[in-house]
Design a protein around this ligand. Structure first.
Ligand SMILES: NC(=O)c1ccc[n+]([C@@H]2O[C@H](COP(=O)([O-])OP(=O)(O)OC[C@H]3O[C@@H](n4cnc5c(N)ncnc54)[C@H](OP(=O)(O)O)[C@@H]3O)[C@@H](O)[C@H]2O)c1
Length: 235
């Protein structure tokens, strides 16, 4: 299976890429950092996997079109898209700046739309495909101290669940994933914090693999992933 993963330079996206490449998927990775993407590509190649990379800023529709077209050409098609990239700024409404609000809207909402509109025509023509959108628990439950971020993730949820209804009759599956706390850079707010209880990025990768391998006639439209253990109580 040929799958494009956004935000694959680090965090959850790199965990998803590593797991899927190990399982034999042909992966196309994108993010802004060319250097980190190259490191991922070298790592996957040294483990015997197949990987192409194309850097782009998801806030720019022309860059998205160019990077995705390059990946689709290099992989000779696309079967799945995992919209994982996102900007997590956990500030309340008193402290979030205008630029931070705009950056989250442009990355977390517009970026998902730009990516989807490039791959959908291919999937429609081939009569099938799968889009996984990474929302968040913050995209279905209020998040005090992160209202701007929550607003963008609620938008991802609404877009993703509506998209599922729009494209299912073309044989295209859409799954919305709602992770809880995952141990990535964006979730390391306090350097002294214990991170061991959090979901590992690769565990989200395993969930994506399972979602992508449901029976042809079945669709997992929503998947919530929680850490098994609660955070340790602060003394
Ligand atoms: N960590 C959690 O606990 C958690 C929980 C629920 C949901 N999520 C969601 O999971 C996703 C990944 O989060 P994460 O924790 O792995 O974050 P992360 O470690 O900060 O990684 C974010 C990824 O997105 C890419 N990215 C950011 N802005 C971009 C842009 N303008 N254009 C292209 N790529 C961009 C980054 O690459 P470059 O910087 O190289 O561009 C990076 O690869 C996000 O959508 C987040 O909302 C995270």
């Amino acid at each position: 299976m040929k799958v494009i993963i956004t935000g694959a330079s680090k965090g959850i996206g790199s965990g998803i890429a590593a797991v899927l490449a190990r399982k034999g998927y042909h992966v196309g990775l994108t993010a802004r950092s060319q250097d980190l993407l190259k490191q991922m590509q070298d790592q996957i190649a040294s483990d015997g996997g197949r990987c192409h990379i194309a850097a782009c800023d998801l806030r720019d529709p022309d860059q998205v079109q160019a990077a995705f077209s390059k990946l689709i050409e290099q992989m000779n098609g696309v079967d799945a898209l995992i919209n994982n990239a996102g900007l997590v700024i956990r500030k309340d409404v008193f402290t979030l700046s205008l630029d931070e609000w705009r950056a989250m809207v442009e990355t977390n909402i517009n970026g998902v739309f730009y990516a989807v509109r490039v791959v959908l025509p291919f999937m429609k023509r081939q009569g099938g495909g799968h889009i996984i959108n990474i929302s968040s628990i913050s995209g279905r439950l209020p998040l005090p101290g992160g209202s701007g971020y929550a607003a963008t993730k609620y938008a991802v949820t609404g877009f993703s669940e509506s998209l599922m209804q729009e494209v299912r009759d073309y044989g295209i599956k859409v799954t919305t994933i709602f992770p809880g706390s995952v141990d990535s850079e964006s979730h390391r707010h306090d350097p002294d914090e214990n991170h061991s209880w959090k979901i590992k990025p690769e565990e989200v990768g395993v969930a994506c693999h399972e979602v992508l391998n449901t029976a042809p006639g079945a669709l997992i439209s929503q998947l919530e992933i929680r850490p098994l253990h609660r955070p340790p109580q602060k003394k």
